[in-house]
Design a protein around this ligand. Structure first.
Ligand code: ADP
Ligand code: MG
Length: 232
């Protein structure tokens, strides 16, 4: 069941989860950077689409049962030509439905500049509040377990201290000639999520987990490219 309480975006009043598209709308409304994007319902995906923003594009399946989209062929990055979007959506639909998930539509969004993939996660601890986790994101998260924790609301010093505890921080600062990443932009993004009066504190009580994975931190930007909220 869905209620339309928050800034016109859908957060279910009971248990369930808020999918990528709605979660990103909520983040955007709080001034947190997400890629320009458009939602294309399945029925519309067979006709040409002309995004109002420049590529390269990323195409992602939207499905109520699909959590790890790329495991089911549900994400295609680097689509440079808007004219090939229809064919890419059809391919993505084939993969995802073969994996047993019903596709209801697609997100076509702008590809973020390349950079380091970090995770920003939070869980609500009953009677205590939100606990924040920041670390190496993407698919390396389980393998390398490079994460640091903080208590919400965090202050900027807390975030910088959490970052300095991570091994991945060396990559952010331009390890071995790599281009340094926008660490200040990332700190600002984390403050907008987990600082005083931030995104986490704005969420209704039934939201118990927030998963922003990855946040891509490039040379001049920090952008949330995948997001999900879990309600209980
Ligand atoms: P899932 O975690 O459900 O498999 P994601 O939305 O996290 O799917 O996408 C998988 C990967 O695709 C990301 O870790 C990232 O490397 C890449 N990706 C997704 N969206 C974008 C984007 N807008 N710009 C650049 N890379 C992206
Ligand atoms: Mg993801």
């Amino acid at each position: 069941k869905r209620s339309r309480g928050m800034q016109g975006s859908a957060v279910p009043s009971g248990s369930g989860s808020v999918g990528e598209w709605e979660a990103k709308e909520l983040l955007r409304s709080r001034g947190i950077a997400v890629p320009s994007g458009t939602f294309i319902p399945l029925e519309a995906s067979r006709s040409p689409v002309a995004p109002s923003f420049a590529g390269p594009y990323v195409v992602k399946a939207v499905s109520p049962t699909l959590v790890h989209k790329s495991d089911a062929g549900g994400v295609r990055v680097g689509v440079t030509d808007a004219q090939s979007l229809v064919a890419v959506m059809a391919d993505v639909e084939t993969s995802v439905s073969t994996a047993g998930h019903e596709v209801t539509g697609f997100i076509v969004e702008r590809m973020a500049e390349s950079g380091q993939e970090l995770v920003v996660g939070a869980v609500r601890v009953p009677g205590v509040g939100w606990s924040l986790m920041v670390g190496l994101g993407g698919t390396m998260i389980e393998l390398l377990e490079d994460v640091a924790f903080g208590i919400v609301p965090v202050r900027e010093d807390d975030v910088r201290r959490m970052l300095s505890d991570l091994k991945v921080v060396k990559l952010l600062h331009g390890f071995r000639g790599a281009v340094p990443a926008d660490v200040d932009g990332f700190v600002e993004l984390v403050m907008n999520v987990a600082g005083p009066g931030g995104f986490l504190e704005s969420l209704p009580e039934n939201v118990v987990e927030v998963d922003l994975n990855p946040v891509i931190v490039g040379p001049s930007s920090a952008t949330v490219v995948d997001a999900r909220l879990i309600c209980s």
